[in-house]
Design a protein around this ligand. Structure first.
Ligand SMILES: C=CC1=C(C)c2cc3[nH]c(cc4nc(cc5[nH]c(cc1n2)c(C)c5CCC(=O)O)C(CCC(=O)O)=C4C)c(C)c3C=C
Ligand SMILES: [Fe+2]
Ligand SMILES: [Fe+2]
Length: 353
């Protein structure tokens, strides 16, 4: 029987004891690796400690790895890496180039998404290690009324050490939310036609500015241990495919382009050929004019600006190389922002159309 008594019609909560419910929005959370707050010993140590304690990155047993990390790696590497960061630091902004570029990318993607979807979306970025943390940005989005979050690790290629650990951190943040938003993570975009197009255009632009055409273009990807590939990580295959698609788009023969891997860390064998050795072999084989690009990095960082453009360049020149051209990452290039915007739109289907 219908209960028409006063108690039954009274609202369950008076307005002042109920939390405000904001209009529902969709959050688009971009994520990159993270970077030290500064290049002094303690900032470097804090950053490297968090990064290199991640078992997605270094998968050894912590019983073996932590003593080595704390007592050996973290007593030396903060000095050498700190000096490398100092050489590329954005002193004006007081931050590393990865931070500046990620901010620029976010601002442009935000403008594009607001043009397309208006106030229904909120766009921001977070880092896997250091600041701004993934947890703090998930909380901000939640507080702003985001009932859905699209999480976008800014790596074209999937690797356990990058995309997966970024996603892990996102889900850890979700574990703390009382009202957990609905979520999606963006899949790798290493073969997306717009990403390949943006890469191709950046190479054509760089080649057009050179007096002499380079003998070969080296596509240098960040490496991972070979063991990770053998254990099922698809990163290697995705990198090879990007180079192939780029070559096809450019209409070049196999001899004009090659894939290499850089940034080896620790004693294990990593994906090969190693860029630092390959550029020396190329110089010795008579290829005196080379260009190097870094398609695995969505933004220039220590591994491109210092490692490629200083260390790897030096290796090439010491072996007799004459002209070394580093082609910058896609950063906040219009074609890159357009590619990332398209990937986002494709992943928002059914949420916002
Ligand atoms: C682009 C994809 C990346 C993969 C794959 C990757 C794997 C990986 N990295 C290390 C160790 C280090 N990487 C460092 C810096 C660094 N790595 C990436 C990207 C990938 N790493 C970026 C974008 C950056 C730059 C960050 C910046 O602030 O500019 C560093 C720190 C610098 C240094 O001390 O050399 C380390 C260490 C491992 C071990 C690994 C795979 C297992
Ligand atoms: Fe790395
Ligand atoms: Fe492969």
């Amino acid at each position: 029987m219908l209960d028409t008594s006063k108690a039954a019609t009274r609202p369950q909560h008076a307005a002042d004891d109920h939390p405000a419910i904001k209009p529902a929005r969709v959050g688009i959370l971009l994520a990159n690796l993270g970077t030290p707050d500064n290049y002094d010993y303690w900032s470097m140590r804090r950053y490297l400690n968090e990064f290199l304690s991640d078992r997605r990155v270094i998968d050894y047993s912590p019983w073996i790895w932590q003593p080595l990390l704390q007592l050996i790696v973290l007593t030396k590497r903060p000095f050498s890496s700190g000096a490398a960061y100092k050489s590329i630091w954005n002193h004006e902004a007081g931050e590393s180039p990865l931070m500046t570029i990620t901010k620029d990318q976010t601002a442009k993607i935000k403008a594009a998404m607001h043009d397309r979807y208006g106030d229904q979306v909120m766009v921001d970025f977070c880092m896997r290690y250091g600041n701004p943390s993934t947890k703090s940005k998930v909380r901000e989005m939640r507080d702003a009324g985001c009932q859905k979050i699209l999480f976008f690790p800014l790596y074209p290629h999937y690797a356990g050490a990058t995309s997966a650990t970024a996603n892990d951190q996102f889900f850890r943040a979700m574990m703390e939310e009382k009202w957990q938003p609905t979520t999606r993570t963006v899949e790798p975009y290493f073969e997306h036609p717009k990403y390949i197009e943006a890469l191709a255009q950046s190479i054509e632009r760089a080649y057009a500015d050179l007096d002499t055409r380079p003998d070969i273009l080296v596509c240098s990807y960040h490496g991972v241990p070979i063991r990770y590939l053998m254990e099922g990580d698809p990163y290697h295959c995705q990198c090879q495919k990007t180079t192939r698609l780029l070559k096809e788009r450019l209409g070049w023969p196999d001899t004009d382009i090659k894939t290499t891997f850089q940034s080896k860390f620790g004693p294990e064998e990593w994906l090969q050929p190693y860029t630092v050795e390959e550029v020396a072999r190329l110089a010795e084989a008579g290829k005196k004019n080379i260009a190097v690009c870094a398609p695995a990095f969505s933004a220039d960082c220590i591994e491109t600006l210092e490692e490629i453009n200083e260390e790897i360049k030096e290796s090439f020149e010491e072996a007799g190389g004459e002209h070394f051209t580093y082609i910058p990452c896609l950063n906040d290039d219009a074609a890159h922002i357009e590619a990332l915007g398209t990937v986002i739109e494709e992943n928002l289907k059914g949420w916002l159309d």
